[in-house]
Design a protein around this ligand. Structure first.
Ligand SMILES: Nc1ncnc2c1ncn2[C@@H]1O[C@H](COP(=O)(O)OP(=O)(O)O)[C@@H](O)[C@H]1O
Ligand SMILES: [Mg+2]
Length: 244
C-alpha cells in the first residue's frame, strides 16, 4: 500500500507537484500519465526517496519514506523493483553483472543463489543465455527487457516502471506490455507505470491518474478516461489517439 498525502515539490521557482493526494492499494496496477514535463518522473523518484518532497508525506507499507536514512531506504528499495526510463544499464558491465549488482546491493543471497536468480529472471523476460553480452550488443527492446529482469530479480512486492514503452515500435511495445501484465497477474505485485502512451494504459492498467498543472486532474478507470468529456483529459487522450 502506498499513501501520498499533501505532496508538493518545487525546483527553485518552478512548482512541479502541488498538494497531491492519492493511495495505491495492494495488487493494483496504476498508470500515471501526463505530458512531458508534467512531473511524472519526479513523483516516482519521491516514492522511492530519490527526491525529497518540500511538503507532505509518503508511506509505503505504513513506513514513512520522507524521513528515512540511507540504510532504511535500501531496505524499502529491496522490495521495490525499478525499471528506469532509459534502461539505465551500466555499459561497462555485462547483462549478468548488471542484474547481479542489484542482488548484491539489496539482498543477502549467496553467489550461487544470485547466479540462479539472474538466470531465472532472464528466462522470465525471454532473454536466456544473454548473461555475457554487453548492453551495447542489445537492441532498445532487449535493453528494456534486461532492465525489467533486473527489477524482478529481487522478487519485489512493488514494480515501478518509468516510461517502459517509450520509443519502442508497436510490436516491441506489445511485448513489454505483456511482460508487465504477466508480473502483475501473479496477484502479489503492485505496479506503478509512468507513461505518456495511452496504448500502455489501456493494455496494462486498472486505474489511471492524469497529472496536469502539478495536480491530479483525473483519477479513474482506463475506459473512463477514454470517454471523459473534460477538455484537458480529451486533449491528452486524443493527442495519443494515433497510438491506440
Ligand atoms: N533535479 C531537478 N532539478 C531541477 N528541475 C528538475 C529536476 N528534476 C526534474 N525537474 C523539472 O521538473 C519538471 C518535471 O520533470 P519530470 O518529472 O522529469 O517530467 P516528466 O513528467 O516528463 O517525467 C520538469 O520541468 C523538469 O525540468
Ligand atoms: Mg519522465
Amino acid at each position: 500500500m502506498i499513501e501520498v498525502k499533501n505532496l508538493s515539490k518545487s525546483f527553485g521557482e518552478k512548482g512541479v507537484l502541488s498538494d497531491l493526494n492519492f493511495s495505491v492499494s495492494h495488487g493494483q496496477s496504476v498508470a500515471i500519465v501526463g505530458k512531458s514535463g508534467a512531473g511524472k518522473s519526479v513523483l516516482l523518484k519521491c516514492l522511492i526517496g530519490l527526491v525529497k518532497p518540500d511538503e507532505g508525506t509518503i508511506y509505503v507499507d505504513n513506513k514513512l519514506i520522507n524521513s528515512m536514512n540511507f540504510g532504511q531506504l535500501q531496505e524499502i528499495r529491496s522490495n521495490i523493483g525499478m525499471v528506469f526510463q532509459f534502461g539505465a544499464l551500466f555499459d561497462s558491465m555485462t547483462v549478468g553483472e548488471n542484474i547481479s549488482l542489484a542482488l548484491q546491493k539489496l539482498t543477502k543471497l549467496s553467489s550461487d543463489e544470485i547466479k540462479e536468480r539472474v538466470y531465472n529472471s532472464l528466462e522470465e523476460v525471454d532473454m536466456v543465455n544473454t548473461e555475457d553480452l554487453m548492453p551495447s550488443e542489445l537492441s532498445g527492446g532487449m535493453k528494456k527487457r534486461v532492465g525489467i529482469a533486473r527489477a524482478i530479480a529481487i522478487k519485489p512486492a512493488y514494480l515501478f516502471y518509468d516510461e517502459p514503452t517509450t520509443g519502442l515500435d508497436p510490436v516491441m511495445t506489445d511485448s513489454i506490455n505483456r511482460l508487465i501484465l504477466k508480473f502483475q497477474d501473479t496477484g502479489e505485485v503492485t505496479s506503478v507505470i509512468i507513461t505518456h502512451e495511452m496504448r500502455t494504459v489501456y493494455d496494462v492498467a486498472d486505474r489511471v491518474l492524469l497529472l496536469h498543472g502539478g495536480e491530479i486532474w483525473f483519477d479513474g478507470r482506463p475506459e473512463e478516461i477514454k470517454n471523459s468529456d473534460d477538455l484537458v483529459v480529451q486533449q491528452f487522450v486524443t493527442g495519443n489517439s494515433t497510438l491506440v
